[in-house]
Design a binder for this molecule. Structure first.
Ligand code: NAP
Length: 251
């Protein structure tokens, strides 16, 4: 992929222990980025290390729902010029009428408050340096709500709004903000959503070819490696066999 050299640039990836985050760590390592990787499952981050070649890698425990954890993490990421706010999850597909407050809170705390918290911690130094790229991992769920997805969709619509607000707030600073919004990606996402029910998770991707975590990671790598005057603000990618959050062609 042609683009700006990122050799030696420090990049933070949250939620790098699985799926899109792990694939993004690999893709950014291929571009020569040094990495600060965070997630709750540190053993999974350690298992990723051998796949990252010879870039510098810092592996740290991170729970984006905890202010203390985020502060401790950010103290090791002061050089970060790239922040990929990827950590996120959905819990359940209950309609609002039967929704569980603990699920709502977990999604909002992780997908919105966690993203805001990490951004607030790392952004001031980017502003000082007048250089940086923040990539938020949104979702097509933020563009179009579906039944059973009210709160997850609301968090991703919120990510879209935060991205746009940041674009305005950072206009003139040289800092870029992007929202990468994938459709269905086969990762551990559905396993988490269905609390470990592997059969139910498998059915989500049955009969069509979903995106892979690598497909999304390549899009993120493309966004961050554009020349400094190019800000890809929104990048929507669907599997070819998906035309909306609810329209799938299954065979
Ligand atoms: N898969 C899809 O279809 C899809 C589509 C559109 C958007 N997305 C978005 O893509 C992002 C990545 O999801 P994925 O599909 O790659 O799912 P995944 O395989 O389940 O990975 C989610 C990652 O987020 C981390 N995470 C969750 N809660 C966290 C917390 N409190 N603190 C720190 N890290 C946390 C997990 O790490 P630990 O559990 O180790 O902490 C894991 O590394 C999410 O924001 C998701 O909403 C996914």
């Amino acid at each position: 992929m042609s683009g700006m050299s990122l050799q030696g640039t420090w990049a933070v990836v949250t939620g790098a222990s699985a799926g899109i985050g792990a694939a993004t760590a690999r893709a950014l390592a291929r571009l020569g980025c040094n990495l600060v990787l965070g997630a709750r499952r540190v053993d999974r981050l350690e298992a990723l290390r051998p796949e990252l070649g010879d870039v510098e890698v810092r592996i740290l425990s991170l729970d984006v729902t905890s202010p203390e954890s985020c502060e401790a993490f950010a103290a090791h990421a002061t050089e970060a010029e790239i922040l990929v706010n990827n950590a996120g999850l959905a819990r359940g597909v209950d309609p609002v009428a039967q929704g569980r407050e603990e699920d709502w809170r977990e999604m909002i705390e992780t997908n919105l408050v966690g993203l805001l918290r990490l951004t607030r911690l790392l952004l001031p130094r980017m502003i000082e340096r007048r250089r940086g790229t923040i990539v938020n991992v949104g979702s097509v769920a933020g563009l179009e709500a579906y039944p059973g997805g009210a709160v997850y969709c609301a968090t991703k619509a919120g990510v879209r709004s935060i991205t746009k607000a940041l674009r305005h707030e950072l206009l003139g600073t040289g800092i870029r903000v992007a929202n990468v919004e994938p459709g269905a990606v086969e990762t551990e996402f559905s396993l988490v959503r269905f609390s470990g029910d592997a059969e139910r998770a498998r059915k989500v991707y049955e009969g069509f070819t979903p995106l892979t975590a690598e497909d999304v990671a390549e899009a993120i790598a493309f966004v961050v490696s554009r020349p400094p005057h190019v800000n890809i603000e929104e990048l929507v990618l669907y599997p070819t066999a998906q035309a909306s959050t609810m329209a799938f062609h299954r065979q």
